[in-house]
Design a protein around this ligand. Structure first.
Ligand code: MLT
Length: 267
């Protein structure tokens, strides 16, 4: 674990790997309301070959912060961190909310991007119903804390058979969600509700892009991933069998293989 002070917040991150001569760093950005531990299986295996950096975004995990943020400001934090630790240009990956941050980074900091990995995420903004649901979740977390948020989200995060087939994954995801500070959950829900639609920018992404999706992802289903694949010129799509929205935790071997192939194929 290392830290970097960015815009008044102490940002925690892991930085593992064999050294600077191994090509671009792979940066993995977590989803909501999680933290960098969701990438443990990827960081442990892939760092044998590549530099792998996993940050706790502002307010999440050990990056304690009470200040509000937007998806764009999280991308700004990330750019400042990666510049400070001399990791740019990067291969930037993000799951779901982390994918929104990766797309914001790709738009603003394309010069510091070598590749993009979009995992169980989407480019379009919230629908009116989605925004109304964010407002309900904000009221819930303000009134009752993070546990009811975890209760509401867990059934939709994992493949239908996960509680029986992979109870340890369900337990780990719940524990991550229940350790997220309620204030951060509130700020993240606001940031996601108000994020801009990035669909129009997809055609101008010029770096190699890997899109990964669980075959039973109920939040960002394969059709959403396929639509991004059709719009991003140099993209490839990997569908992970037996996974829902949390593909990297549910099926780490398949996700690691897709990431490894992608990293090896970069010029
Ligand atoms: C996530 O996994 O980060 C969330 O499901 C994203 C969202 O709620 O839009």
């Amino acid at each position: 674990m290392a830290t970097q002070t960015i815009d008044g917040a102490t940002i925690f991150f892991t930085d593992q790997g064999p050294g600077p001569s191994t090509g671009p760093a792979l940066v993995l950005t977590h989803g909501f309301p999680l933290d960098l531990r969701m990438w443990d299986a990827q960081a442990n295996e892939l760092s044998e070959r590549w530099r792998v950096v996993c940050p706790d975004l502002r307010g999440f995990g050990q990056s304690k912060s009470e200040s509000p943020f937007t998806i764009e400001s999280l991308a700004d934090d990330l750019h400042e961190l990666l510049s400070a630790i001399k990791a740019t240009p990067v291969v930037l990956g993000g799951l779901s909310m982390g994918g929104y941050v990766a797309l914001a980074y790709a738009k603003k900091y394309s010069r510091d991007l070598r590749g993009l990995v979009l995992v169980d995420t989407r480019a379009d903004a919230d629908t009116p119903e989605g925004k109304a649901n964010r407002d309900k979740m904000i009221a819930l977390v303000c009134q009752s804390g993070n546990k009811p948020i975890a209760d509401a989200m867990l059934p939709r995060l994992l493949a239908p058979d996960a509680p029986r087939a992979r109870p340890q994954v369900a337990k780990a995801v719940r524990s991550l969600m229940e350790s997220c500070p309620p204030k951060t959950i509130e700020h993240a829900l606001l940031a996601m509700r108000d994020r801009p639609d990035q669909t129009a920018s997809l055609a101008s992404i010029s770096v190699p892009t890997l899109i990964i999706v669980g075959d039973t992802d109920a939040i960002t289903p394969p059709a959403v991933a396929q639509a991004m694949h059709e719009k991003i010129p140099a993209s490839q799509l990997a569908i992970i069998r037996g996974a829902g929205h949390m593909a990297p935790m549910e099926q780490p071997a398949q996700v690691n293989q897709a990431l490894g192939h992608f990293m090896s194929s970069l010029p």
